[in-house]
Design a protein around this ligand. Structure first.
Ligand SMILES: Cc1cc2nc3c(=O)[nH]c(=O)nc-3n(C[C@H](O)[C@H](O)[C@H](O)COP(=O)(O)OP(=O)(O)OC[C@H]3O[C@@H](n4cnc5c(N)ncnc54)[C@H](O)[C@@H]3O)c2cc1C
Length: 350
């Protein structure tokens, strides 16, 4: 077991948009920063939609999830935070001296003056297709996320699911794939109205009241060649020849960190972390940001995560240094940017 006795000013749990922007902002406020992330890469939930176009981040032209993650990571690295990947935080404990100990599943311990909990909806794992042996096709043509739209060009694709992800992928693929089928066990789709209308008006063939009940494979190559669908209204069975199958049945969430921690994870001034009913008291030095946080007017979007992150960092700064400014300064005033600013201004006037 390794002991990380080195103290950080702020340790951020979760490397999604909220955690990444917190890392940038805490660097801006000259705090020694560490991010701990469970996944092998940074980016958070955006990893689920790398090929989706994101339109609603202020000041950015329509950008793919992958490009957005790249930009967020680059920005987060501006002030050289320590990054710990593949590490699940299991609990947060307040020490007698008021600092925090952060325990992880591997037995490592991290020490910090403040903590920002930016764990989104917890650790997400896609709900698997409940068919025995289906996992062996995950290496070939059974997908739980779409990492390349190009892969589906001129293919016949069956998408299983009726929520936002299934509908978004059907709409994105209907002009790329040869044919898209959407199999959904109910009839009332659960997506945003505009996307549902686009789907129903588009070329995707919706097979309501059906589920995938069997996968028929080309045994030599371990590739699904046909899916069996069962109609739940009349129990009829049909078969579709496929090139690829996409499963969007939602996610299992592991939010055990909130239950295991000995500090009550509740935040000051009516800010509190969703689902936590441990205590109504507040813990100075422990803050939240992003989808995990609930407050009036909360925006569960990337734009909302940025605002939360700046708030959390400013509070952390004031906790460590009570005479520090309550709010950060505009970024151009930061000494770190002096040289780069000069260079850019020179380029502008040339
Ligand atoms: C399909 C889909 C499409 C979306 N489209 C848009 C869009 O177009 N525009 C928009 O603004 N928003 C969109 N969103 C919402 C947006 O992705 C979220 O609001 C945003 O990702 C929240 O960021 P976050 O950092 O709070 O949480 P997350 O992105 O969920 O990141 C949390 C991170 O914490 C890590 N973590 C959790 N528990 C632990 C632990 N115990 N130890 C270590 N690490 C842990 C997770 O692995 C994860 O990486 C979309 C969401 C989905 C699902």
């Amino acid at each position: 077991m390794t002991m990380h006795q080195e103290y950080y000013d702020v340790t951020i749990i979760g490397g999604g948009p909220a955690g990444l922007y917190s890392a940038f902002y805490s660097g801006l406020r000259e705090m020694k920063t560490k991010i701990i992330e469970y996944q092998p890469q940074l980016g958070g939930k955006v990893q689920i939609y790398p090929e989706k176009m994101v339109w609603d981040v202020g000041g950015l032209p329509p950008t793919t999830g992958a490009q957005l993650m790249d930009n967020l990571v680059q920005q987060a690295l501006t002030f050289d935070p320590t990054i710990v990947l593949n590490e699940k935080v299991t609990s947060i404990t307040r020490m007698e001296d008021g600092s925090f100990r952060i325990d992880t599943a591997s037995g490592e311990k991290h020490y910090s003056k403040t903590v920002i909990v930016a764990v989104g909806s917890g650790i997400l794992k896609p709900m698997k297709l409940p068919i025995e042996g289906a996992d062996r096709y995950e290496l070939t043509n059974l997908h739980y996320t779409v990492t390349s739209l190009q892969h589906f060009k001129d293919k016949t694709v069956v998408i299983s699911g009726g929520g936002n992800s299934a509908i978004d992928w059907a709409n994105a693929l209907d002009s790329i794939a040869k044919k898209v089928y959407l199999s959904y066990r109910k009839e009332e789709l659960k997506g945003h109205e505009a996307q549902v209308t686009q789907l129903l008006d588009g070329p995707t063939e919706c097979l309501f009241h059906t589920s995938i009940t069997n996968l028929i494979a080309n045994k030599q190559q371990d590739i699904i060649s046909e899916v069996e669908l069962t109609n739940h209204l009349d129990n009829t069975i049909s078969h579709i020849k496929v090139d690829d199958v996409i499963i969007n049945h939602g996610f299992d969430r592991d939010a055990s960190l909130l239950d295991n921690s000995t500090v009550p994870i509740t935040l000051k001034d009516d800010y509190f972390i969703q689902g936590n009913a441990l205590s109504e008291s507040t813990v100075e030095g422990l803050y939240g940001a992003g989808d995990i946080l609930y407050h009036e007017g909360k925006l569960n979007l990337i734009a909302g995560a940025f605002q939360d992150a700046a708030n959390a960092v400013n509070r952390a700064k004031r906790f460590i240094q009570p005479d520090a400014a309550a709010n950060g300064m505009v970024s151009s005033h930061n000494d770190m940017f002096k040289e780069r600013n000069k260079q850019l201004i020179q380029e502008l006037v040339q």
